[in-house]
Design a protein around this ligand. Structure first.
Ligand SMILES: Nc1nc2c(c(=O)[nH]1)N[C@H]1C(S)=C(S)[C@@H](COP(=O)(O)OP(=O)(O)OC[C@H]3O[C@@H](n4cnc5c(=O)[nH]c(N)nc54)[C@H](O)[C@@H]3O)O[C@H]1N2
Ligand SMILES: Nc1nc2c(c(=O)[nH]1)N[C@H]1C(S)=C(S)[C@@H](COP(=O)(O)OP(=O)(O)OC[C@H]3O[C@@H](n4cnc5c(=O)[nH]c(N)nc54)[C@H](O)[C@@H]3O)O[C@H]1N2
Ligand SMILES: [Mo]
Length: 767
């Protein structure tokens, strides 16, 4: 690498966290013009009487009441509680066509939406509309459809349990199960894969388990950016001497070294703590091979130990009493050759052996994973192999051990729990009948990809979005954007303006809502909502800021407004009563889902309560009644990736974004400043293509229907990433991801395993 780096590219030598994190927060507060109010707001995040931080789903420590500093939580909160506003005058000044040319960052950066808006195609502008007119228009449009299955109801994972429950009630009373939601693009591989392995689609550990773990394995997640409060836990574990073994193609700084902003010694002495004890740069999409290698070694060690007169290294008692299928796994592993395992994973035998040493030396192992595992064409298989790996040593269902999927949005797990699912089971249907006296349809509805396919094909004509930015989050903007423009009705319940709102339908409506930090007052007084974190803890969240505009409604109130206008008195549901006091919504949640028994009283207790996770005490709600070792044939995510000219692209979040919300153009820990138009590449891959650090390149998709999709004029950045793997930012790179490139088991788009061809810009890349 030459000393002269491309513009905005430097090497970042500091540990993650530390003073740079504090500086970044100060800058954000200033930009959002809330210096005075901002710090008070931050202090109320994740406190017993405060609001749940919308930043991530990592749980709150029960035993501390001190403010946990979190740079990206602070960004999420200040982004929402900004003093900036987009009032109707703003829309009077800008046509939709003009706004379309703005960046995603600039659109959201205008501030909070203040009024309900309706698009006027004659002027190409959004104009203010009365709430009741908006509701009546939506109701009339929905009632015009030939079948309720012609409408799609998207949910993004910030919605509270109360909002999500009311939404699914409305949609089921209306008559469809078309529930595309953000978890379809996120942890669906977990929700589909783990129930077959362990009988539950959620993580099995609690925060306390981390205090008792003897080793932590981390696959494909970047907590320094996406779950910063997890760094407190990893920092503590490392200082206790717990080995942390990381599998990630990129050397993420926070997984290498972290200076805890709450640790005065580290802050004053500019010292830091190492996080990973070993860092294995697996190739993108190489996790299945790596996991099979690890398990194959464990079986080899077991055989050797038995031959030497030992007891073996497997937990035989656990396997005999609690599992089925180990022989099938063993056979499958025997078929995998070492040459293939090492070739596909990109790891050495030594690396795999050292990871197995750590695993076998530890009594209790926790395994954490994120999108690097799930967002692949074989995401479900990946997740199931992680479960296999733990089960070999009984590392599930006892203290200090288990699986820890890092969830995305702060309530994405809760939304699923309270009924946002396109595949309702009998318990849900029975529960709804018990609570509301009608029996909803059990017909399978659409997930996120299916909803876009249905809209593109003209089979679905209406889309209602409870938050999010579906069009930008979804793969394949060529197909997705065009599909959205064909809709008869598009409704967005949102806090801020985004690109999805600009894909106007015949009737387009934006309904501005309160956010997590805002005070929510209904007929009975101020309300709290509830959320479920990624460790199944349910707790209350109370906003306290004066709402950004007097015209805003809460999400439950908006859903009730749409429901009344659409359904009238159907099934005698008391929409007004439910919204007047959210306790009544919770009473109904409890009737539908008995696991929420005494919901209102339990959630008022300090810290809330934990939902039942039977696998965490070794009760297996699977068809076999046991935990299942499941086999995933082969090693390769996708045979197309074998083509020697293709590179495997993974798409990442920068440190300065929240999904499609781009706070700023820096990605500090990766040394990128002021730009996002970069592709991280290995020096060998550059050389093989006659490219150098800083060259302008075009990226062309090489997958199925996606062939030919291109992103042009990006800059190649020489980076420490395995040869054959390249990385770029989400959502920019969604343009090269074909809609039909997804995990066939879970429907999760393969955002992290995209075959691409890269060549110097302007030169047509050869396939
Ligand atoms: N500040 C902030 N917080 C967030 C979000 C945000 O955008 N910003 N998003 C929220 C949401 S919805 C989610 S789902 C989570 C996402 O949290 P993460 O799962 O951490 O999300 P990604 O940025 O997609 O990072 C994936 C990590 O996987 C690695 N990786 C990529 N491909 C592979 C692979 O093939 N194998 C392996 N082993 N690793 C791979 C990448 O290098 C990266 O470190 O965070 C949530 N929290
Ligand atoms: N290439 C690629 N694509 C990806 C991913 C990837 O890693 N790579 N990750 C995928 C993942 S994991 C996810 S979860 C999806 C994210 O998909 P979404 O959940 O659809 O997207 P977000 O960017 O989180 O949504 C941001 C918008 O939510 C609205 N909003 C914010 N707060 C609130 C609120 O309190 N209420 C309401 N009603 N609206 C609110 C704002 O208007 C904001 O513009 O993207 C997926 N897409
Ligand atoms: Mo997510």
């Amino acid at each position: 690498m030459s000393d002269e780096r491309p513009d905005g590219v430097e090497s970042y030598e500091h540990p993650a966290g530390g003073w740079d994190a504090l500086k970044a927060v100060a800058k954000t507060l200033k930009h959002q013009q809330i210096v005075a109010q901002g710090s008070a707001t931050l202090l109320k995040a994740n406190q017993p009487e405060g609001f749940d931080c919308p930043g991530c789903a990592w749980p709150d420590p029960k035993h501390t009441s001190s403010f946990e500093f979190c740079e990206n939580g602070a960004k999420a909160i200040t982004w929402e509680s900004t003093a900036r506003r987009v009032a109707p005058e703003f829309f009077g000044e800008h046509t939709v066509s003009e706004l379309w040319e703005w960046t995603d960052h600039k659109l959201e950066d205008q501030g909070r939406l203040t009024h309900p808006l309706k698009y006027d195609s004659a002027t190409d502008k959004y104009e203010a509309i009365d709430w009741d007119d908006a509701f009546n228009l939506i109701g009339a449009e929905l009632n015009k459809l030939v079948s309720p299955d012609e409408a799609e109801f998207y949910t993004s994972g910030r919605a509270s349990n109360e909002a999500a429950f009311l939404y699914q009630l409305f949609v089921r009373a209306y008559g469809t199960n078309n529930f595309p939601d953000c978890s379809n693009m996120c942890h669906e591989a977990t929700s589909v894969g783990l129930p077959l392995s362990l009988g539950v689609g959620k993580g099995t550990v609690t925060l306390e388990d981390f205090d008792r773990a003897d080793a932590i394995f981390s696959f494909g997640h970047n907590p320094g950016t996406n779950h910063p409060r997890m760094m407190t836990t990893l920092h503590e574990a490392s200082r206790r001497g717990v080995p942390i073994v990381v599998f990630n193609p990129l050397k993420e700084r926070a997984l290498e070294r972290f200076a805890a902003p709450q640790n005065p010694v580290e802050m004053v002495t500019l010292s830091s703590t190492r996080i990973a004890s070993a860092y294995h740069q697996v190739r993108t999409g190489g996790d299945l091979a790596a996991l099979k290698g690890l398990m194959k070694l464990i079986f080899e060690r077991d055989a050797a130990d038995l031959a030497a007169g030992g007891e073996g290294v497997l937990d035989r008692a656990f396997i005999a009493e609690h599992t089925v299928g180990i022989d099938g796994l063993k056979e499958d592993l025997a078929k995998a050759s070492w040459a293939d395992i090492l070739g596909v994973s990109g790891l050495t035998m030594e690396a795999l052996n050292s990871a197995v040493d750590v695993y076998l030396n530890a009594r209790n192992v926790i395994l954490c994973y994120g999108m690097g595992i799930t967002q692949h064409a074989n995401g479900t298989a990946n997740v199931q192999q992680l479960a296999n790996f733990l089960m070999l040593r009984g590392n599930v269902g006892r203290p200090g051990a288990g699986l820890c999927p890092l969830r995305g949005h702060s309530n994405v797990q809760g939304d699923r729990t309270v009924g946002i699912t396109e595949i309702p089971n009998k318990a849900l249907i029975d529960g709804m009948e018990r609570a509301f006296g009608f029996r909803p349809s059990d017909k399978k509805g659409h997930n996120a990809i299916e909803s876009i396919e249905a809209i593109a094909a003209g089979r679905s004509k209406a889309l209602i979005c409870l938050g999010g930015n579906l069009a930008v989050a979804m793969s394949d903007p060529d197909v997705t954007f065009e599909a959205m423009r064909k809709l008869d009705l598009a409704v967005h319940i949102a806090t801020k303006l985004n690109r999805s709102h600009l894909l106007t339908a015949k009737t387009s409506i934006i309904l501005p809502c309160l956010g997590r930090t805002d005070l929510d007052t209904q007929a009975s007084g101020p309300q709290a909502v509830t959320v479920e974190d990624s460790m199944s803890m349910v707790h209350a969240s109370r906003g306290f800021l004066k709402p950004p505009s007097e015209f805003l409604k809460s999400e439950p109130a908006i859903i009730a407004g749409i429901a009344k206008a659409t359904l009238g008195a159907r099934y005698g549901i008391d929409w007004n009563g439910l919204v007047a006091n959210y306790d009544r919504i919770r009473d109904k949640i409890e009737v539908v889902f008995p696991d929420f028994h005494e919901f209102n009283s339990r959630v008022r207790g300090r810290g809330g309560f934990r939902l039942d996770v039977p696998a965490s005490y070794r009760v297996w709600k699977t068809a076999s009644g046991k935990a299942n070792f499941l086999v995933a044939p082969g090693l390769d995510e996708d045979p197309r990736l074998k083509n020697p000219t293709t590179l495997v692209l993974t798409t990442l979040r920068s440190h300065d974004q929240y999904n499609t919300t781009v706070y700023g153009l820096d990605d500090r820990y990766r040394g990128i400043f002021g730009r996002r138009d970069v592709i991280f590449m290995n020096s060998r891959d550059l050389a093989e293509r006659g490219l150098r650090d800083g060259d302008r390149i075009d990226i062309r998709s090489a997958a199925g229907d996606g062939s030919g999709k291109t992103v042009i004029g990006f800059t190649a950045v020489e980076y420490n990433i395995p040869a054959g793997s390249v990385a770029g930012y989400y959502p920019e790179m969604n343009a090269v991801i074909a809609l039909d490139h997804y995990d066939r088991k879970s429907g999760t788009p393969s955002y992290k395993g995209v075959p691409v061809v890269i060549a110097k810009s302007g030169i047509q890349a050869a396939a």
